[in-house]
Design a protein around this ligand. Structure first.
Ligand SMILES: Cc1cc2nc3c(=O)[nH]c(=O)nc-3n(C[C@H](O)[C@H](O)[C@H](O)COP(=O)(O)OP(=O)(O)OC[C@H]3O[C@@H](n4cnc5c(N)ncnc54)[C@H](O)[C@@H]3O)c2cc1C
Length: 429
């Protein structure tokens, strides 16, 4: 199967139907295929191609993707590891860490363009089990006896249907599938939006680490990007695109140049049009209930996070592997555990770790928003105190980036079982 073109009028019948082929949906498709489950992914785009999306993969996800064989499918020059993080406030370094300080001999955060990653996930899947239908936009849920039992989708101007035992809403931050299933979420806007640009990194730029350059309540996040680029996320007021455009491109150049003087010339040379920029409206969303009979939401569709610390892709991937671990037993022995119980269990397992990430992000968001002598002094003092304490660094960043290394972690067990299944060793797990 793999990439699949349904015939005219064909109704697909599948065990698990996934709406959305982003990181959450594709990793779920891959992991279910490894676990021998018939799975169909409907993706509205015609290709994986996408720009200015999550490209930073957290160490926990690097470990997971390696275990599922995804790294074997990535072209060698398509990804790069990042060794550390540096925060500079008003031109002065206030915090610096190397990831090996958090966990020696472990995975490092990795930068990989999202389209390359998604294609590698498809390549790593068992194509006897995974059916990926592109250019397929889900528009309606199908219900049978009060339970969600499939979807209708548009493709090539026609409406098609899929029948399934469970529908997974993995359609991202703007997805509507969970709302169609009456799983409302609360959206919380942040105090800023982001304008993204990508430029070639000058030879003198340190591409081995993430950098945040801030002054008062302005900041630029600098993220090394393959092949030789750095992507810059510049904060703008919420909904402030029109205002910033009215000030002209040179005002944007000046803002970045003031915060990161080392990149001023490069940005002025290479960002020549608003078409070279992309805006991300930053919000988080909280969905009290991730599931309802016949349907469960994962990834951004269940919990949109802020881009701070690049945790969106990470939690999307971890949701996918845990659900893929829970569903096979429920589909095979529904009298022991029902599909709906398995979907509820997903939230019990995953939500605490999503909330830890969200709470750290919120504290960072508050730090970014400080302005004035007292607020900025307090921020610098906190960063310096953390930077000078191995304990605090491990406690704060270790809990976000290296949670899977605790051997009692339920998510870690799900990853290990999948890795063993992939290696054909299920009997020994
Ligand atoms: C500009 C930007 C930069 C970011 N940077 C980072 C980063 O560096 N690191 C990080 O971890 N996170 C980052 N994020 C967040 C990250 O991209 C998301 O958290 C992550 O992609 C979520 O994965 P997902 O699969 O849940 O949703 P998505 O990646 O949004 O995927 C959802 C998929 O569903 C499809 N879809 C939507 N509606 C339908 C429908 N009706 N029918 C069929 N298909 C549908 C969409 O086409 C899409 O492919 C960034 C986000 C943005 C926008």
């Amino acid at each position: 199967m793999g990439e699949y073109n349904p015939n005219e009028g064909e109704t697909i019948v599948t065990d698990v139907l996934v709406v959305g082929g982003g990181p959450a949906g594709m990793v779920l498709g891959l992991a279910l295929s490894i676990n021998g489950v018939d799975v169909t992914v409907l993706e509205s785009s015609a290709t994986s191609s996408r720009s200015f999306r999550g490209e930073s993969i957290s160490p926990d996800s690097v470990f997971t993707l390696r275990s599922l064989g995804v790294f074997d499918q990535l072209p060698a020059a398509s990804h790069m590891s990042v060794d550390g993080l540096r925060i500079v406030d008003s031109g002065n370094p206030v915090l610096s860490l190397r990831f090996e300080e958090l966990r020696a001999d472990s995975e490092l955060p990795t930068e990989v363009p999202q389209d390359v990653l998604l294609d590698a996930m498809v390549a790593a899947a068992d194509h006897n089990r995974l059916r990926l239908v592109r250019s397929a936009t889900v528009s309606e849920l199908v219900r049978t006896a009060g339970r969600i039992s499939g979807v209708r989708y548009r493709r090539d101007g026609a409406i098609h249907e899929v029948r399934s035992r469970v529908v997974v809403a993995a359609d991202g931050r703007y997805g509507t599938t969970a709302a169609m299933a009456s799983l409302p979420s609360r959206r919380k806007p942040m105090q800023r939006d982001f304008l993204w640009v990508k430029v070639t990194a000058p030879d003198t730029w340190d591409r081995s680490c993430y950098q945040v350059h801030m002054k008062a309540d302005s900041h630029v996040m600098c993220i090394p990007t393959v092949p030789d680029l750095v992507r810059l996320g510049v904060n703008i007021p919420p909904g402030g695109l029109r205002e910033i455009r009215a000030s002209g491109l040179s005002a944007l150049h000046a803002k970045i140049g003031k915060l990161v003087p080392e990149l001023a010339d490069t940005v002025a040379e290479q960002v020549g049009s608003w078409r070279d920029t992309s805006v991300l409206d930053i919000f988080t969303s909280y969905t009290p209930r991730w599931s309802t009979p016949g349907l469960v939401a994962i990834g951004d569709a269940a919990h949109t996070l802020s881009p701070v610390l690049a945790q969106g892709v990470n939690h999307a991937i971890l949701d996918g592997v845990v659900l893929a671990d829970l569903l096979p037993a429920a589909l095979t022995h529904p009298t022991d555990i029902s599909v709906d119980d398995a979907c509820r269990r997903l939230q019990e397992i995953r939500e605490p770790s999503v909330e830890i990430a969200r709470s750290l992000q919120m504290r960072q968001e508050m730090a970014f928003a400080q302005r004035g002598v007292v607020g900025e002094f307090g921020r610098r003092s906190i960063y310096r105190a953390i930077g000078n304490s191995a304990f605090l660094k491990k406690r704060i960043w270790g809990s976000i980036y290296y949670s899977l290394l605790n051997s009692d972690n339920v998510t870690r067990h799900a990853v290990d079982r999948l890795a063993a299944r992939r290696a054909g060793e299920t009997s020994s797990v």
